[in-house]
Design a protein around this ligand. Structure first.
Ligand SMILES: Cc1cc2nc3c(=O)[nH]c(=O)nc-3n(C[C@H](O)[C@H](O)[C@H](O)COP(=O)(O)OP(=O)(O)OC[C@H]3O[C@@H](n4cnc5c(N)ncnc54)[C@H](O)[C@@H]3O)c2cc1C
Length: 440
């Protein structure tokens, strides 16, 4: 027997769940179909032994109205946890095996040992460099505008922090969207930044008392009757009703469809050759996430801050370390510190093939060296994302065009996900709100 419903949302990651949330303000006539046994997708908090460990995102940006609306709707606004003031001010890159602050003001930049005098001078010429006429890689964009040293010391680690990606493959227009748009609209990134700063643009970020899964559970709670877990969608076909959605546990008919699954799952749902050819080109890079805790007294390096990112030239076996409990003190007991180490990405893919125990030994040794830790590990956890972070390569423009074309040919069908037009949780929520608005 086929079940009929107005809208089907496929996938209950933040894209699918927030679509359901915004849609629920207009109608109850929808269902969310989720392949796994839980909601949230990549947003996965593990609460154990007094530690709050984020296996996926650690912080969510408060950079658009949709995320703020969602948090307020979930009645979580009053309880959001903001990062400590010191973590907002202090972010590090590794420099000669030590923590070096990323400068946050012109004065600090001038004094920073991360760039030579010549490389600093080179940056001042940026406003005189012509803007790009067409898209290019992140590497080419940054080297042309600011020089190679700036790329190596600042942008490469920054890209590592968000995409764990390879700047020589990634699209500047899509991965460095803000810098690209500043260049395109002001003719220079620096000129654009200067004007923007005077406007006083500010962005904050947050976590929650029980971790980010708390937001997931709050979104899911009021619509739990409309979420079907362990239902993997196998095929979506057009028919006279609208769409026929096939799963092992039955067939659903709907007038509208929101597909909120990763590109590698979406590829199986439709038979459109052009769409599938583009989806095949979306690469996902693996990431291993380690959580380690030590007694506070055993750690010599007490540098306050958000964390540290590495560059290829540092030759470390990790991409970055988040100082999780220095950023959010509620994630570990008072006498302990929690560190989250990220490994893999495009730079160190092969490490994500190693057995967990072997990789853990390597990573722990390097973590202990950096923070001068002398006692035993008191708590540890590990999570492996085999297909972790989608890469915004040079195919992004074509991918977006093909998806828009496919949506235009299929009335009432929308494709949503972190693999195009915004990877962050807050981007995903904004895209979901826009789609829900289109359905009203
Ligand atoms: C290690 C890591 C750290 C990150 N850190 C941050 C951060 O600090 N801040 C930030 O903003 N972002 C961060 N991100 C990115 C962000 O978490 C993701 O972009 C976002 O959560 C993706 O949400 P999504 O809904 O697009 O996809 P997903 O979370 O992947 O959800 C897709 C859902 O679809 C389901 N599904 C798949 N196929 C089917 C099918 N056939 N039928 C039904 N259901 C199906 C899956 O089971 C899953 O539940 C991080 C990502 C990773 C991996």
């Amino acid at each position: 027997m086929e079940q009929r419903v107005d809208t089907i949302i496929i996938g209950s990651g933040i894209c699918g769940l927030s679509s359901a949330h915004f849609l629920s303000k207009q109608t109850n006539d929808f269902l969310v179909l989720e392949a796994s046994d839980k909601v949230g997708g990549i947003i996965q908090t593990e609460n154990n032994s007094d530690f709050i460990c984020e296996n996926g995102p650690n912080t969510v940006l408060l950079n658009n109205d949709a995320i703020i609306e969602l948090i307020k709707d979930c009645k979580l606004w009053e309880s959001i946890k903001l990062p400590s003031e010191s973590s907002n001010k202090n972010r590090y890159v590794l420099h000669e095996n030590e923590l070096e602050l990323i400068p946050t003001s012109f004065k600090k930049f001038i004094r920073s040992p991360l760039l030579s005098f010549k490389s600093k001078l080179r940056i001042l010429f940026e406003p005189f460099i012509s803007k790009h006429k067409e898209n290019t890689t992140v590497y080419n964009f940054v080297v042309k505008r600011f020089g190679k040293d700036f790329h190596d010391q600042f942008i490469e680690p920054f890209i590592t922090g968000i995409y764990a990606g390879d700047t020589k493959k990634m699209s500047a227009k899509h991965s460095l969207k803000i810098l690209w748009n500043l260049e395109q609209s002001h003719g220079s990134v620096l000129r654009g930044l200067f004007k923007q700063k005077r406007k006083g643009n500010q962005m904050g970020s947050f976590n929650l008392p029980k971790g980010l899964s708390q937001m997931i559970h709050k979104i899911a709670e009021p619509i739990k009757d409309r979420i079907h877990l362990n239902v993997a969608v196998e095929k979506v076909e057009k028919n006279e009703f609208g769409y026929k959605v096939s799963t092992k546990s039955g067939t659903f008919l709907s007038k509208k469809i929101i597909c909120a699954v990763p590109a590698y799952s979406l590829i199986n749902l439709f038979t459109d050759e052009q769409l599938n050819n583009e989806l095949k080109n979306v690469r996902y890079t693996p990431v291993d996430v380690f959580h380690f805790s030590f007694k506070r007294d055993h750690i010599k390096n007490q540098a306050p801050g958000f964390g540290v990112l590495t560059k290829p030239s540092d030759q470390k076996n990790y991409l970055g370390i988040l100082f999780s409990s220095r950023t959010f003190d509620h994630v570990a007991p008072q006498d302990s510190e929690l560190f989250t180490v990220l490994v893999g990405g495009e730079r160190q893919k092969e490490l994500c093939e190693l057995p967990k125990e072997q990789l853990e030994t390597i990573v722990l040794r390097e973590l202990k060296q950096l923070i001068c830790q002398q006692g035993e590990v008191t708590f540890k956890k590990h999570f492996r994302w085999k297909r972790g972070i989608p890469q915004y390569d040079m195919n992004q423009e074509t991918l977006s065009t093909v998806i828009k074309g496919f949506e235009a040919q299929n009335t009432g069908l929308f494709i949503l996900g972190n693999f195009y037009e915004g990877i962050s949780v807050s981007d995903c929520i904004l895209k979901a709100k826009n789609i829900a608005n289109k359905l009203s």
